[in-house]
Write a protein that binds this ligand. Structure first.
Ligand code: ADP
Length: 585
């Protein structure tokens, strides 16, 4: 039997509530049958005397009537209980699962996000949780409860008259067989529907995110068509899927209810042979009109359950993704970084090939090389966004694969090209560097990296909101804010991705000044694109197609006349001028 708890990533409490829900539904079903059973008994009590010629036992009939009423009242009560137990707990549980997924996503290694795009994650969090909510509130309690009720009723009826019970349920295995045998086919169409649904959410997300470009370049028609196509495909596939699954359910239902004919056929034959009394026959005919209810519900719920198993598959995979773990209370004795024979691949192809490099503390080490040579990858491996495939990276003599990623990140500040700013005040955006920093600390950091002057002239100074991802700021200003953030964090290691886009000279000077303030006295790894800015770095490591091809000081490398010298000269020529400016004093 499958593990329901694991299947739908339920919490311990959610699972307990779910079991209570099933119990409540069984109770509700059984109370209904109490009422029904009493009515049958009543009919028998009324009809028996007609056959036997005795008097009607009026007292018994009234007692049965009373018991039937009590059963109906119980059913009403149990129904209310069932609603509370299954529905409200399912909604509460789905919320918990959503939060747990969000927390899980936060702790996943970045490699995971490499494989999943954002809309898939959003779908996971919203849609899959909604599906789980639906399964837990509408599908599973009914499914489990109907199974239990059906088995109980079958047992009781067998006890009553096993021959008629066989006639009643002879078609049961065939009808359920149809649903199970066609599971593969249902899954095939179900999967196509799930894929189409994902494509729609991709398209919606893309359309909304790219709305500026869509408008600017007049792509409205094209993008809209793509979205419309995705929606049409979903509609088509959903209809086909419903048709296929619905078809199987209908056939199985018809076969199941053919049992009613069998009851009459078997009953009449037994009657003729005098092997069955007419009252029992009548009772079975009456029962056969009602008994298939829970079984028919089961026949409908099973394919629905299969479908939800499919559509929550991603959620299960997400929850099973391994988190990067490591020791949390680590204090590194120093910040010497050493890469020992490291190799790494995002997918199949190796993009870092057996690199060994020492990055001494309190110095500037530049990673240079053509685009795609692996500079960013190396810096992100050092921050343990991914784990290396082979080899080892150590900081202060500790292998970073044994250090908790968040602890490790506490030692590092990042200044990336693609600055991420939040739709919040300037103050809070800088404070991200150090959550408990006082206002004065934030001002001081902003002053040091030359942010203060442009922030003060903003409408509300430091309390100005800066729009989604800092859309109200210039590129240079955004970068300086991110440098202020890093400075505030005051981490001993700084990973710096130099901007590729050229900034205007004034901004460039300001940024260089800001960076100089940031890197003072720290261990700095800079991914350099403009080589003149790092010619005076303490160490330059030159990468080419994932391999370390040269290392040394700028002077040494220029004298050597290798790849670095070649790249350097090309850049100088293209600039048409040659002024050595010291970025890192
Ligand atoms: P650089 O920083 O030198 O431009 P990168 O480290 O970004 O180089 O990339 C090195 C190689 O890895 C390139 O071939 C690039 O296409 C590939 N790569 C980079 N990032 C990813 C990623 N997230 N997923 C798959 N491949 C990637």
């Amino acid at each position: 039997m499958f593990n329901v708890k694991k299947l739908f990533s339920m919490t311990e409490e959610g699972y307990r509530n779910f079991r209570r829900g099933v119990f409540a539904t069984v109770l509700s079903n059984l109370t209904l049958f109490i009422a029904f059973g009493m009515i049958i008994q009543m009919i028998m009590a009324l009809l028996d005397p007609l056959m036997t010629g005795k008097d009607i036992d009026t007292i018994r009939v009234w007692k049965l009537f009373g018991a039937g009423l009590a059963g109906a009242a119980l059913h009403l009560l149990a129904g209310r209980n069932e609603y509370r137990k299954t529905y409200s707990t399912a909604y509460g549980e789905a919320e918990k699962i959503r939060l747990a997924v969000a927390e899980h996503i936060r702790r996943l290694p970045l490699s995971f996000f490499n494989r999943k795009d954002l809309s898939e994650l959003t779908t996971n969090m919203m849609d899959d949780c909604t599906s789980i909510e639906h399964v837990m509130s509408h599908v599973m309690p009914g499914m489990f409860a109907d199974t239990i009720t059906s088995v109980l009723i079958t047992a009781i009826l067998c006890f009553f008259d096993w021959r008629m019970a066989i006639a009643l349920f002879a078609a049961l295995p065939v009808s359920f067989g149809i649903i199970f045998i066609t599971k593969r086919i249902q899954e095939r169409y179900g999967r196509r529907t799930v894929e189409a649904k994902l494509e729609v959410s991709n398209q919606v997300q893309e359309y909304l995110e790219g709305i500026k470009v869509v408008k600017a370049f007049g792509l409205t028609g094209e993008r809209w068509d793509a979205l419309k196509d995705a929606m049409k495909t979903l509609m088509r596939r959903a209809i086909v899927f419903e048709g296929v699954a619905g078809g199987f359910i209908s056939v199985a239902g018809i076969i199941l209810q053919s049992g009613m004919g069998l009851v009459i056929f078997a009953g009449v034959n037994l009657l003729r042979n005098g092997a069955l009394d007419p009252v029992r026959f009548l009772v079975f005919v009456l029962i056969s009109a009602k008994i298939y209810g829970p079984f028919l519900v089961l026949l409908t719920l099973l394919p629905e359950f299969f479908f939800y198993l499919l559509s929550t598959e991603r959620m299960r995979k997400l929850r099973e993704e391994k988190l990067l773990s490591g020791e949390e209370n680590v204090s590194l004795p120093n910040c010497n970084i050493e890469l020992k024979n490291i190799s790494f691949a995002y997918n199949e192809e190796e993009v870092i090939k057996n690199i060994s490099l020492v990055i001494p503390q309190n110095g500037v080490t530049a990673l240079v090389g053509p685009s795609g040579s692996g500079k960013s990858t190396v810096s992100r491996l050092i921050a343990r966004f991914w784990d290396v495939k082979s080899g080892e990276i150590s900081i202060g003599g500790r292998n970073i694969s044994g250090i908790d990623p968040e602890t490790l990140l506490g030692y590092m500040s990042f200044v990336f090209q693609d600055v991420v700013l939040f739709n919040d005040t300037v103050m809070n955006n800088i404070r991200i560097g150090k959550k408990d920093a006082g206002d004065e600390e934030v001002y001081a950091a902003a002053k040091t990296v030359r942010c203060d002057e442009f922030i003060r002239v903003m409408p509300e100074g430091y309390n100005t909101r800066i729009g989604e991802n800092g859309s109200t700021l210039s590129g240079g200003e955004r970068q300086r804010i991110s440098i202020a953030r890093a400075l505030l964090k005051n981490a001993p290691i700084v990973l710096l991705d130099e901007a590729t886009a050229s900034l205007d000279p004034e901004n460039e000077i300001l940024i260089q000044e800001a960076i100089s303030a940031l890197v003072k006295g720290r261990t700095v790894i800079v991914i350099a694109h403009r080589l003149r800015t790092i010619i005076d770095a303490d160490k330059i490591a030159v990468l080419d197609r994932g391999e370390l091809v040269e290392e040394g000081s700028g002077e040494e490398l220029l004298a050597k006349g290798g790849l670095f010298a070649r790249l350097y000269n090309i850049q100088q020529e293209s600039l048409g001028w040659s002024v050595a400016r010291q970025a890192f004093p």
